[in-house]
Design a protein around this ligand. Structure first.
Ligand SMILES: C[S@@+](CC[C@H](N)C(=O)[O-])C[C@H]1O[C@@H](n2cnc3c(N)ncnc32)[C@H](O)[C@@H]1O
Length: 444
């Protein structure tokens, strides 16, 4: 069969002499359905995957230029607990055509861009599985996000475990070896790590039964201040939310984080993951094994060790796992850092959350519902060590800054810990990039 490329996937003249529409050639001219309002102001300090910080919050209002009645487009979405968000990495500067990338946490190791979740890719499209907190009119409220403020969003799709989880395949397909065109069946012990063996199924079952309950509380969003008194605050977001899907193993960034509340395996800092190339010539050329099978064989028992799924209910543990994540993805993940706040920072946080007014109970945060939630978010971000490889290696003693909600956080990193030194009000007002609308009335 001729490939599309051979056939010429470029504008083709039709019988009338017109060029084929761009859609047919895949040259899609996108128009954002909205611009995200996120608690993360800039890339610095933004989690590498949504699973890192379940306390993070954002909202998205569908633009009227897309639909006259944006609320119609969201009809029915409120029945889902999670949504896929497709977005543009608009702050990359330019599109990237590098076939290999050096994701963070791999200490210079390179791998193919399509085996990673790197933002630097030919089409600069990101994919995030977010928790859907609430749908209100033409606006959705999200938590557990890894996108910065102003991110152009291209699409929203409901997360449907039955479709989106390979766990739901009863019979794994055989291993189709493209190189020699052999189709061979593989057994679980041969080819599948135990990653996520039951998690997706769990989520799917949870959604159907008692686990699925929606908070009645209204998540906060900027410009939502006028109406917020009507809504009680979360005492503890983790406690009141529906359970986050444990299945995010498959989403684990190859910029590479695991859930912040998981026990993480210690990174093999010096060696880097097997199967990856080191960029340093000194390290010699460590070529990737040719096939996935080879990679899995290489990992051997360590795959088993790192990918056991202790959270599976007993009835699930015998199921054949149907998703596979190479062991090197997890082995590259560094141990979580201890996070502490100086007394000064604690005071700062208290002052910030009350807007500097000692007797004010109302929090001044735009996204977070309490100082506790803000603190949890800061902790989660730092626990996963948000520094770039460069910073971690060469600027160890430098202060690290990031802004989350209205908090400008100053911290430093030591051996196995991060310490928050100061938390000041963010000086820069948050600007929106949507040329069409200001978000003044968002959420009201
Ligand atoms: C590793 S990417 C993963 C994103 C998504 N979950 C995915 O897998 O496609 C997440 C990082 O992208 C960066 N980022 C988030 N929003 C961005 C934007 N709008 N433009 C450029 N970079 C962004 C942040 O530094 C964040 O830590």
């Amino acid at each position: 069969m001729r490939s599309l490329e051979e056939q010429g996937a470029r504008p083709i003249a039709s019988s009338c002499g017109c060029a084929k529409p761009a859609l047919e050639t895949g040259n899609l001219l996108t128009e954002p359905i909205g611009y995200l309002e996120s608690c993360f102001l800039a890339k610095n300090g933004t989690p590498r995957q949504p699973s890192i910080c379940s306390h993070s919050r954002a909202c998205l209002r569908i633009r009227k230029s897309i639909f006259n009645n944006p609320e119609h487009s969201l009809m029915g979405l409120e029945q889902f607990s999670h949504v896929w968000i497709l977005f543009v990495f608009h702050k990359n500067g330019h599109l990237s055509y590098k076939a290999k990338v050096q994701p963070p946490r791999l200490n210079g190791a390179k791998t193919g861009v399509f085996s990673t979740r790197s933002p630097h890719r030919p089409n600069a499209i990101g994919l995030t599985l977010a928790t859907l907190e609430k749908v209100e009119g033409g606006t959705i409220y999200l938590s557990g996000i890894d996108m910065i403020h102003g991110t152009p969003v291209l699409d929203i799709k409901p997360y449907i475990a039955d479709y989106d989880s390979p766990q739901n395949l009863m019979e794994p397909l055989g291993d189709f070896n493209l190189q020699n065109n052999q189709h061979k069946s593989r057994t679980v012990s041969q080819s599948y790590s135990k990653t996520g063996s039951c998690d997706q199924q769990q989520l799917s079952e949870c959604n159907k039964t008692q686990c699925y309950h929606r908070t009645k509380e209204k998540p906060k969003c900027p410009k939502d201040r006028a109406s917020e008194e009507n809504y009680p605050k979360h005492s503890d977001t983790t406690g009141t939310h529906r359970p986050l899907p444990e299945h995010r193993d498959i989403e684990t960034d190859f910029g590479l984080e695991s859930r912040s509340d998981e026990n993480l395996s210690v990174a093999k800092e010096q060696l880097g993951p097997p199967g990856l190339e080191k960029s340093s010539p000194k390290e010699g050329m460590k070529k990737r094994p040719r096939s996935m099978k080879a990679t899995m064989d290489l990992q051997g028992s360590s795959t088993e060790k790192h990918h056991a799924a202790p959270s599976c209910p007993a009835r699930m543990t015998n199921r054949a796992p149907c998703s596979m994540v190479p062991a090197w993805v997890r082995e590259a993940t560094a141990a979580p850092l201890q996070v502490r706040f100086t007394p000064h920072a604690e005071v700062d946080l208290g002052q910030l959350s009350s807007g500097g007014e000692p007797d004010v109970v109302q929090t001044a945060f735009k996204y977070f519902q309490s100082a506790e939630e803000a603190k949890n978010a800061i902790e989660a971000v730092l626990r996963a060590d948000p520094r770039s490889v460069y910073r971690r290696k060469l600027c160890q003693d430098r202060l690290f800054y990031f802004t989350v909600d209205i908090a400008h956080v100053t911290c430093w990193f030591g051996d196995g810990f991060a310490e928050v030194l100061r938390i000041k009000p963010a000086s820069e007002p948050i600007q929106m990039t949507d040329p069409e609308e200001s978000l003044v009335s968002l959420g009201s």
